[in-house]
Ligand binder design. Structure first.
Ligand code: FAD
Length: 496
């Protein structure tokens, strides 16, 4: 059919947070983007505890941050842990890091069915197209290059769509990632299974920590306890593989037995009842084995989010890695479509930054599973892994907030750049106002476009000077690598 000769700049497989973030960013650059999603939205997903880097970094760049702020999600100011040698729970707050102090020192606990829908609808608002019940079965190839995908619609009809870039954002369950080449390597260290469900009427930590994630280690593994709404709590037990028999058999009985083993969670749930209807009505089991694909891209195809890699859920890094890798891949796609840098350089930069971030969580988590030490030792490990210049506690908070890379000084360099942009945009529109009279006609002075331009440039120089101190020069993250444009949307060649 004629439909089968469709051509897009980018086809995104999967409308989760990775896919819809990438789609929004690339569509904002004016490219034609199609999202193929095998389910209809809203749909259930696990991964409810988010990080500040997602909310105040990537989601601010796509412009969805305000919608998230208006959606009424539970603010998460940090985490509370009963973990390691310390018998008492200890709490960290995002606000201890100067990088994320003030208005950006929180994230949200979200119902993913709502969160993912907001992100996907936002991508559509930014110009992406979406097709639901469109299940991608394979990629199309022309020699080395991936040139599109094959998908099946709700009626079972097969279609082909061509694209300059295919993005695999299909999560952990699809097989598409194999087509990038290499293999999916599973970690020998992080191999757990999770059994989880939802409760009404669970207790809350005392203020100001009521919105914190509560993570509690016990004999067979650990529990998450995530306050989604004042009444609804997500509760999951993560057990090591050698204890897999603990979650076999009747899931209800298995979960209750695990709760019995863990006094702090049991106490929090003493007045609660399990939800048994709707999207939260069933108990679910998921393997959360950690893995990474040995290569993240080939010409025409790139993997982001869970399709590329996953690391143990204890620090809620899944959605952060999905949205951060979406930002990196969007920069690579947009820069390469614009011919600013070579495809090879653009995707090498994407992969290097993505692996760095994954590696930081991975390495840190190895030390976090040493239960014989206390939190000071975890903070020390975080400083070591990130080569951070700040205190040990700050290093830890920056790592687990997703801001250990230089990309998200949410109140520092990156946001200074963004503030500068918006400041100069304000100046520019002020100039536009000055330059037109009440009827919208150009006033004489501004008829010359050279005068206008000089005013606008002046405005930019002024705002750069105003914020110059925090701005600092952008240096490549890796020797010989690329740097990011002021607005964060593109790569640029590094200094020669
Ligand atoms: P997904 O959210 O999985 O989205 C992929 C989309 O692709 C889906 O909508 C799917 O329907 C679609 N799709 C799949 N195959 C196809 C196909 N062939 N064609 C078309 N569409 C397709 N993360 C956190 O941030 N915080 C947490 O607290 C957290 N807790 C977790 C607990 C457990 C037990 C586990 C296992 C994970 C947890 N995670 C957590 C991780 C989180 O779930 C994922 O990292 C995150 O959802 C990845 O986002 P994504 O966009 O890559 O993929």
């Amino acid at each position: 059919s004629s439909e089968d000769r469709e051509q897009y700049d980018v086809v995104v497989v999967g409308g989760g947070p990775g896919g819809s973030t990438l789609a929004a960013l690339v569509a904002m650059r004016g490219h034609r983007v199609l999202i193929l999603e095998k389910e209809t939205f809203p749909r259930y997903q696990i991964g409810e505890s988010l990080l500040p880097s997602t909310i105040h970094g990537v989601c601010r760049m796509t412009g969805v941050a305000e919608k998230l702020a208006a959606a009424g999600f539970t603010p998460k100011k940090g985490g509370t842990f009963r973990w390691g040698a310390n018998p008492e729970p200890w709490t960290f707050s995002f606000s201890v890091s100067p990088k994320i102090a003030g208005a950006t020192s929180h994230a949200y606990q979200v119902e993913r069915s709502k969160f993912d829908t907001i992100l996907l609808e936002h991508a559509v608002e930014k110009g992406a197209e979406v097709r639901f019940l469109a299940s991608v079965s394979d990629v199309l190839e022309d020699g080395e290059r991936v040139t599109g995908v094959r998908y099946t619609d709700a009626a079972g009809t097969e279609h082909e769509v061509r694209a300059t870039y295919v993005v695999d954002a299909s999560g952990n369950g699809s097989r598409l990632h194999k087509r990038v080449g290499g293999t999916r390597e599973y970690s020998q260290f992080f191999r757990s299974l999770a059994l989880f469900g939802y409760f009404e009427g669970g207790k809350r930590l005392p203020a100001p920590n009521a919105g914190n994630i509560l993570s509690v280690a016990f004999e067979s593994g650990w529990f998450w306890y995530i306050p989604l709404t004042p009444d609804l709590t997500s509760v999951g037990a993560v057990v090591r593989r050698e204890n897999a028999d603990r979650i076999q058999g009747d899931p209800e009985r298995a979960l209750m037995a695990l709760i019995d083993e863990c006094p702090l969670i049991k106490e929090h749930l003493s007045d609660a009842t399990r939800v048994t209807e709707g999207q939260y009505g069933q108990l679910r089991v998921r393997k959360d084995y950690s893995y990474h694909q040995t290569t993240f891209w080939r010409p025409g195809l790139v993997l982001i989010g869970d399709a590329a890699c996953f690391v143990d859920p204890v620090f809620s890094s899944g959605v952060h890695l999905a949205t951060y890798s979406a930002l990196l891949a969007a920069r690579s796609i947009s820069s390469s479509l614009a011919g600013i840098v070579s495809e090879e350089a653009a995707f090498t930069e994407f992969e290097a930054r993505y692996r760095r971030e994954y590696g930081v969580f991975y390495e840190f988590l190895m030390s976090f599973y040493d239960m014989h030490v206390d939190e000071d030792s975890y903070f020390w490990s975080a400083k070591k892994v990130t080569h951070n210049q700040h205190t040990e506690l700050e290093s830890f908070v920056e790592l687990v907030a997703g801001v250990s890379s230089s990309e998200f000084d949410l109140d520092g360099a990156e946001s200074a750049a963004l503030r500068m942009k918006s400041k100069s945009a304000e100046f520019v529109s002020a100039i536009d106002e000055m330059s037109t009279d009440a009827e919208g006609n150009m006033t004489p002075l501004f008829r010359s476009s050279a005068v206008r331009q000089a005013m606008q440039e002046g405005a930019q120089v002024q705002s750069r000077a105003f914020l110059g101190e925090d701005l600092g020069p952008d240096v490549p993250m890796f020797p010989g690598g690329l740097i990011t444009s002021d607005d964060g949307m593109l790569w640029q060649p590094g200094p020669a």
